[in-house]
Design a protein around this ligand. Structure first.
Ligand code: SF4
Length: 228
């Protein structure tokens, strides 16, 4: 029987939702077969951007399938204008980081480079990260006025597969209003695991994107940095 066994380091780098799915499903043959199929598919694609887009397409299909269920539709509490989950650190693959950095380099999206500089320098230190204010922990791709994602079509895989089913107030980091509950998106999580297993590198979004942008953009971020 084929079973997926992740090394501890690889397991720790998985997004939380994928870790939960892995813990629950790792001994399930259909899970292993599906995940290995995704890995094989990704390994046939040499272009980094194309690999990221295949993952997005597969996750979108899995999520759309899930949302055909009325109970799911009625239970999800995520709504436009709520950006609580965009204030937590999210893990991305090197393909996703390449895609986002390319958009910045081409001028297709403007981001708060000073915020990215601060975040990139703190993500490795949990104490430093949690000393940042709520606003300082906002994803650099979050539009602060509209509270929407500036790279929605190209948002990372984990941003496509997390849905709250509890009161949105519970999603606010550091809030102790109650337990946050998320929708089980197992198929999407299997795709996430496949993407993380087949990528060369994974890590937190600010750090991964920061090291891929140009020196000129990094200098701008450091110069404008009002938090240092
Ligand atoms: S990439 Fe977009 S959806 Fe994902 S955390 Fe950032 S702002 Fe939110």
């Amino acid at each position: 029987m084929e079973v997926i066994l992740l090394a501890l380091g690889d397991y720790l780098r998985l997004p939380a939702i994928a870790k939960q799915a892995y813990d629950r499903l790792k001994d399930t043959p259909s899970f292993s077969r599906f995940t290995y199929k995704i890995i094989a598919k990704l390994e046939r694609i040499k272009n980094s951007e194309a690999r990221a887009r295949v993952v997005y397409k597969e996750i979108n299909l899995a999520v759309d399938k899930l949302f055909r269920n009325d109970v799911v539709k009625q239970s999800v509490t995520c709504h436009k204008g709520c950006s609580a989950c965009c204030h937590s650190l999210i893990g991305i693959t090197s393909e996703e980081a390449d895609l986002l950095a390319t958009k910045i380099r081409r001028g297709e999206v403007s981001v708060d480079l000073s915020l990215m500089a601060v975040q990139a320098s703190t993500v490795d230190n949990a104490h430093a990260w949690y000393r940042l204010s709520y606003d300082q922990r906002a994803c650099p791709f979050l539009d602060n006025n509209t509270k929407s994602c500036k790279v929605y079509e190209d948002r990372p895989a984990v941003c496509r597969s997390n849905f709250a089913v509890s009161d949105p107030q519970h999603c606010v980091p550091d809030s102790d209003t109650g337990e946050m509950r998320i929708l089980r998106t197992d198929e999407a999580s299997m795709i996430l695991i496949g993407a993380f297993m087949s990528t060369e590198e994974s890590g937190e979004l600010p750090k991964m994107v920061w090291k891929r942008i140009s020196k000129k953009e990094q200098d701008k971020g450091l110069k404008d940095n009002i938090f240092l």
